[in-house]
Design a protein around this ligand. Structure first.
Ligand code: CAA
Length: 390
């Protein structure tokens, strides 16, 4: 049999401001439990004016390179749906910031929130072809909806980076997957808008129909039954969506688990997204970090089911096995600090930051130093974005 392939290391970053959803509830004059309980979100990360997908992606990837170096990484895949250039990959900026060598292919992938999983599959293929290859995948997004729209409480920002290799130290990815594509408009962002458009209720139904479709194909291709899967990681536009999805999967498969047992299969995966908000492409892998770090059980040898959904829509269901010794590779304390150490801002500050994104479109400008992070977006000079290592 060929060598197992999968994720050897996985790191997290988020924006450095946060907005408690109480602030938003007060602005709308509604009960905050609609957010805290109804959609299962307490806060969202908010990017400072000198942060974006590149600075968060670089912060996540720098942790991987600090541990593994960049030698032998010949492919860097950057997954995002909040791209900062129509031509140049955000990954090339990160490649430069991290001082990686020139012998590397770098490309950006887009299909709404799904594209980090496309990158993972791309990476598995590269390593299957030559087991010496190491592929760095970065998923980074700033989720933005219009001010005063119903999508507003489901914004957020975060990034992950992961290294795909043979004989993976963290999670081996199993080969069978289930796919589902459907040409719909549940969520999209035209080139001329900085905020996404969404048909909210329709998008929830589209997500659940895709889950059924992907599960059906996964099983028809010989994928394991639900009782062979110990934990689940879903794309989380808001954490309640994962709860709804898991209930739907348990229902269509006739699972005999009770409500508490179902909840225990996903609970730890929800903890971090509850505080970051939606991070689009990164969200399912933020869920994986959260699961590995926050689940008190020893997950070594356990199988995780993944459901990756990207509006528009493309989705994929697949499984992975947690590797022995995984705990020693986690950055639990650092990741908790990344969330706890954000600067809470009030509604007025959040609104000004949101409005500023459109105010500066097309202009050359300099940003003030706000982020305490290791990388910053310094502004635009002759239409070219400038980044700095702090
Ligand atoms: N206490 C407790 N619960 C409350 C409450 C209260 N005081 N008030 C309301 N609720 C509950 C509601 O009952 C509802 O729960 P259920 O869905 O379980 O019934 C929940 O809070 C939300 O209430 P509404 O449905 O009335 O909320 P809304 O219409 O204002 O919008 C939303 C919710 C559709 C998710 C909206 O925020 C939105 O459009 N978000 C963006 C789209 C999105 O995230 N779609 C997800 C699928 S698409 C995808 O996954 C891709 C992606 O990343 C975008």
């Amino acid at each position: 049999a060929s060598a197992p392939i999968g994720i050897t290391d996985l790191a997290f970053a988020t924006a450095h401001f946060s907005l408690d959803l109480q602030q938003l509830a007060d602005h709308f004059g509604i009960d905050v439990n609609k957010y805290y309980v109804g959609i299962g979100q307490s806060e969202m990360s908010v990017a400072t004016a000198d942060e974006d997908i590149v600075t968060m992606g670089a912060e996540a990837a720098a942790q991987i390179l600090a541990r593994h170096g960049s030698d032998g990484i010949r492919t860097l895949l950057f997954a995002t749906e909040s791209g900062i250039d129509q031509s140049k990959s955000a990954g090339v900026f990160v490649h430069g910031l991290l001082g990686m060598g020139p012998n590397c292919r770098v490309v950006e992938l887009k299909q709404a929130c799904y594209s980090a999983t496309a990158a993972l599959q791309f990476a598995l293929g590269v390593v299957a072809r030559d087991s010496r290859e190491k592929v760095l995948v970065i998923a980074s997004d700033v989720a933005r909806y219009a001010l005063d729209s119903s999508g507003e409480p489901t914004q957020g920002a975060a990034a992950v980076a992961f290294l795909v290799t043979a004989d993976p130290a963290l999670v081996e990815i199993e080969p069978i997957t289930g796919l589902h594509t459907d040409d719909i408009h549940d969520f999209w962002r035209p080139n001329y808008l900085s905020t996404a458009l969404v048909d909210g209720k329709y998008s929830l139904g589209a997500y659940l129909r895709s889950l059924e479709g992907a599960w059906g194909e996964f099983r028809s291709r010989g994928g394991v039954d639900i009782d062979q899967i110990d934990r689940f990681c879903y794309h989380q536009p808001f954490t309640k969506m994962a709860v709804k999805a898991h209930n739907r999967l348990c229902t269509i498969t006739g699972s005999d688990l009770d409500a508490d047992q179902r909840r225990a299969q996903i609970d730890a995966s929800l903890a971090m997204n509850r505080h970051t908000g939606n991070s689009y492409t990164a969200s399912i892998y933020v869920g994986l970090i959260s699961l590995l770090e926050r689940d008190e059980a020893d997950l070594a040898g356990k199988r995780i089911g993944f459901f990756s959904y990207g509006s528009g829509s493309v989705s994929e269901l697949f499984t992975g096995i947690v590797q022995p010794g995984y705990r020693a590779l986690l950055r639990d304390a650092d990741d908790r600090q990344r969330l706890a150490g954000r600067t809470p801002i009030d509604y007025a500050r959040y609104r000004a930051l949101h409005e500023n994104v459109d105010a500066v479109q097309g202009e050359d400008y300099e940003t003030a130093v706000e982020t305490p992070g290791p990388f910053r977006f310094a502004g635009v000079v002759e239409h070219a974005r400038q980044y700095q290592r702090c």
